[in-house]
Design a binder for this molecule. Structure first.
Ligand code: ZN
Length: 458
């Protein structure tokens, strides 16, 4: 028997396939959790098992947005250290983050995920690297929140083992031992990683950064990830201060240091990559190392402008990242689509830096490639998983812009009329269907206030 079908018709479609195929008025047919057909005009007639027919007039269908870098727990520490660079911001926040526990991380994950999913994200990612002793099952709490909302998820088991007494930036009380970090990372992979085509949950290994992780942990995490067949993620080349740190401690820049520890390759992606010279970009391109471009966070922490046009020209895989919401309080991916476009035009390539379609590609197919899932998600093509968003563009914010992709990327965040993840509706008429947004808003406020009280009493 055929799988139940959802038919979406009469909408503009940006497929983000290899030819950037677009339809001014077309259809998408979803069968079960797969895309069955995409094309111009009406859907084929005589389809069986059609359980729902959506009139997409005035709307644009795109692949669901894919986020490639985040720190969910920061949802309850937003709006702090408002005028600091990365290192000063981290030093201010480490003692706050050292007091998080499982209920806080669960609420923060709910808040982070709800905000992203209601804004069109269909694949989320999290980089969690703060594991205070006795805080509970923090990774498990995030995974529970993602499963409840119904979002596709790449969770990473992060880690820090280079405290201040070892020349690192974090205080010693905020780090784990190298051995504990590796054991927990392996356990997370064994417990949760699902490598199947339809997978809703990937695990990756993610030591935090060169200035908070030992060389041994970097090397051993790479060996572990390759033995287990999972991906590797970290922060790289984010600020001038990090570059200086690497030269002082290792006698080389961040990219050369990563290469020396086994950290360049098709199975690696790094957040930020702002301070990259021509040879760094060439090394990423040669090895297939991916980049999570986080334009809002890079601006918030005065890190700089990543050379995205040069990376794309060299063939580096690039996706978009919200980054943690302590350095990007908006917490949703449309802002990154728009800021990727606008901020890169402030750099060397000016108006030729990125166009609206390239920005949409970064937020969809580019993200899929960075997460190693380009065969399954990231474009609207038959056989791929049914992760798609129907954006309402006939309202006050967008109706006077003729080009739907320009309306989506240059314009204000468009309402999500419908979002399907794995073929299931998760957003209808701009509201989440799987969880109670208002209850999540109350819960995150409660946990943020509880954390603030604990910190104030320290
Ligand atoms: Zn980050």
């Amino acid at each position: 028997m055929a799988a139940p079908r959802i038919v979406i018709e009469n909408c503009a479609i940006a497929t983000v396939d290899g030819h950037d195929t677009e339809y001014a008025s077309g259809h998408v047919v979803v069968a079960g959790n797969r895309i069955e057909s995409v094309g111009a005009g009406k859907a084929p007639e005589n389809l069986e098992q059609v359980v729902r027919r959506v009139d997409g007039t005035g709307h644009l269908a795109t692949p669901g947005l894919i986020n490639t870098h985040h720190h969910f727990y920061q949802w309850i520490t937003r709006g702090l250290a408002q005028d600091a660079n990365l290192f000063d911001w981290l030093v201010t926040l480490y003692p706050v983050w050292a007091r998080i526990d499982e209920p806080m991380v669960y609420a923060a994950a709910q808040g982070s995920l709800a905000m992203m999913v209601r804004g069109g994200v269909t694949t989320a990612m999290d980089h969690h690297y703060v594991f205070p002793r006795g805080a509970g099952d923090l990774l498990g709490a995030e995974i529970r929140a993602a499963q409840e909302i119904g979002v596709r998820f790449t969770a990473t088991r992060g880690s820090m083992d280079r405290g201040r007494s070892d020349g690192g930036l974090p205080p010693d009380f905020a780090v784990e031992t190298t051995e504990a970090a590796l054991i927990a990372t392996e356990a997370a992979i064994d417990t949760y990683h699902d490598p199947s085509f339809d997978s809703m949950l990937h695990i990756a290994a993610a030591p935090c950064s060169p200035f908070s992780v030992s060389t041994e942990l970097l090397r051993e995490a790479a060996v572990l990830a390759r033995r287990k067949g999972v991906r590797l993620h970290t922060h790289g080349s984010e600020t001038v201060e990090e570059e200086k740190f690497c030269h002082e401690l290792f006698g080389m820049g961040p990219t050369d240091y990563f290469e020396s520890t086994g950290w360049l390759g098709e199975d690696v992606w790094m957040a930020h990559c702002v301070h990259m010279n021509d040879s760094d970009i060439a090394a990423f391109a040669r090895t297939g190392t991916g980049v999570a471009h986080c334009p809002s966070s890079n601006a918030r922490l005065a890190a700089g402008i990543a050379r995205v046009p040069d990376m794309l020209a060299a063939g580096v895989p690039v996706g978009l990242g919200v980054d943690g919401t302590a350095s990007n309080e908006s917490g949703e991916l449309h802002t990154e689509l728009r800021n990727a476009l606008l901020i890169n035009r402030l750099g060397a390539h000016r108006e030729k830096a990125l166009n609206a379609r390239q920005a949409l590609r970064l937020g969809t197919y580019g993200g899929a490639r960075v997460l190693g899932r380009q065969d399954q998600i990231g474009s609207l093509e038959p056989g791929k998983l049914a992760d798609l968003v129907l954006w309402k563009l006939d309202g006050i914010g967008h109706s006077s812009i003729a080009d739907p992709v320009a309306a989506l990327v240059f314009g204000a965040a468009a309402p999500v009329a419908l979002s399907l993840i794995n073929g299931k509706p998760v957003v209808e008429d701009n509201r989440l269907t799987t969880v109670d947004e208002d209850a999540i808003a109350r819960g995150t406020r409660h946990e943020a206030q509880r954390l603030a009280r604990i910190v104030a009493a320290d």
